[in-house]
Design a protein around this ligand. Sequence first.
Ligand SMILES: [Zn+2]
Length: 250
Amino acid sequence: MTVIEEINCPHCGAPVPFNPGEILATCKYCGYTVVIQTGQTFTFEHSMLLNRYDPSQIEEPIHDWMGSGFLKPQDLARKSKIMEKNLVYLPFWIVSAEVTSTYSGIFERITPAVTKTGKIEKAYNWLVLARKATVFPTREYEVPLEGKIPYDFRKIEGFAKVLNSEVDRDEAMEIAKQQIDENHRFLAQQDIDRIIEMKTDMKVTQVVYLHAPIWFVKYNYKGKDYQLLLDGTTGATVKGDIPSVGFGLI
Ligand SMILES: [Zn+2]
């Protein structure tokens, strides 16, 4: 059993429950976010994206997904049964940064091989999931940032779950830097075959704490359960498990 602890909301005094490992907790009565360790109000920007589906409306994009795409069994929409559909506001950090990587490496595709240098300059709104054990394909989620509004607890549906952050702001920036560096290494390898040296500088322009609505859907097809994740703002599929199309009966 999970041990749930409590802290008092610095704004309204209501008890705010949290789980071990959580760093920020949001009061469900007034929407204030508390830094658990200090009991102080979180002073940075806290935003949210709006969910536009109720539990019956979300079935439409679910069925659309099941009924489209040639890699799926043809009877997927007809034969599947939706077992669970849970709306969860997942916590993220959006690290906005200008990042420059300079590298040198060896280009081996010609003979003799040559040493090349290069530079990658990019601006990002890099998304970092603020949960440690939650499995979520962050890189496949195109977060619809244009719809971002200040966090408003009145917009959170009674049936939804809001998860607290397990990653603090500094750690989020560290994670973003590491992931962007990895991404730049991948990009550099389009240009050179072996990296000798690479240096990445990240200038952070903004860090925002964001709760985004994600529908966690479980469906059953021919006796097996599969997961489908949908963006509650746009109805777009973030990721869906597709039953493999068998060879059928010959
Ligand atoms: Zn409160």
